[in-house]
Design a protein around this ligand. Sequence first.
Ligand SMILES: Cc1ncc(COP(=O)(O)O)c(C=O)c1O
Length: 378
Amino acid sequence: MNSIEQRLLQHLEKRKTQGNLRTLRLATATTDFYSNDYLGLASNPTLQKIIQESYENLPNRMNGATGSRLLSGNTDFVMQLEKELAVWLQGEAALLFNSGYVANTALLATIPQKGDTIIADALIHASLHEGCKLSYANSWTFRHNDLEDLEKKLKLAKGEKFVVVESVYSMDGDKGALTAISQLCEQYEAHLIIDEAHSTGIYGKNGNGLTNELGLQTKTFARVYTFGKAMGCHGACIVGSQTLIDYLVNFAKAFIYTTAQPIHNLLTIAESYRYITQNPDLNQDLQAKILFYQQTAKKYLATTPHTLFINESPIQIIQIAGNENCKTVANKLINNNLEVRAILSPTVPAGAERLRICLHNYNTAEEIETLLRVALMG
Ligand SMILES: Cc1ncc(COP(=O)(O)O)c(C=O)c1O
């Protein structure tokens, strides 16, 4: 075996010994407590019919976009969709990206320059960390949601300052302290960037996100909305000033040098967001399930050996220290036909391994009760 294969194998072996080797596998249980499809839109038959009919009515049906947005991949459809998204998300302009991961890396790799400072919450998504790495700016983290630590770093920061947070943290399910953080940004003239991935579709008027719900839209420099979670489809957009969007069109390599999204995907985004705005009951049902989970989980607080983070969002956390312990409980749930996934170290710090429970409008009260009983009482 040559040396590169050997190196790869050594790293994989190390993961295996640590109990955190990732493998691609199919779900065996049928009750979904693990997908980000919070509103059930990915397989909603009414929405599927709407999308199919809209597609059939298109004058130009194409399988692919045939080029990047700056070449043959631009259409009136995509430009209209961006205008519509900007109105819904309450920004001056919006620019579509092929995924949230791409949007986040593009934004941070492109905007902050050498001599600037990015100060990011320690728990931001991997794509934002990757964006920080790609940037020539100095990049620091502050302790999760810790205003004192953020302020300390804002005082030391040089150049243009960028503060990067999420509205709902993907691995912890708690909300960012957006109002207080935006006040600090104003005080220290820092530019606030908010990743709205897990709040798109479930907070704000017609699902336009937590920043809008809190009335902070004019306090942000850029917001990233992703469509692969509650919207049940794929893609993302960055919302901000027209100047920011024009700059990204000119300088963001991940926008310029990639094939644009195919029309079917764009149409799915358009119909999904319209469907959310026209069907507020989807979110009301989700909120009722979150409340039911919270109330039921609280009954176990005194007796369970595990640590519960009971959140307002659809992402609920049951912390079970140790990769093997955590996997054992996950398997127990799967054997009860409840699909959950264990989040192991090093994705989270050792000792903070957890089950990340995703609640949906379609989970029944009985399923939630069984989940909590099996996970918390064994
Ligand atoms: C907070 C956060 N931001 C960005 C992303 C990336 O979005 P996408 O799945 O559209 O690439 C994710 C997805 O896991 C996420 O949780």
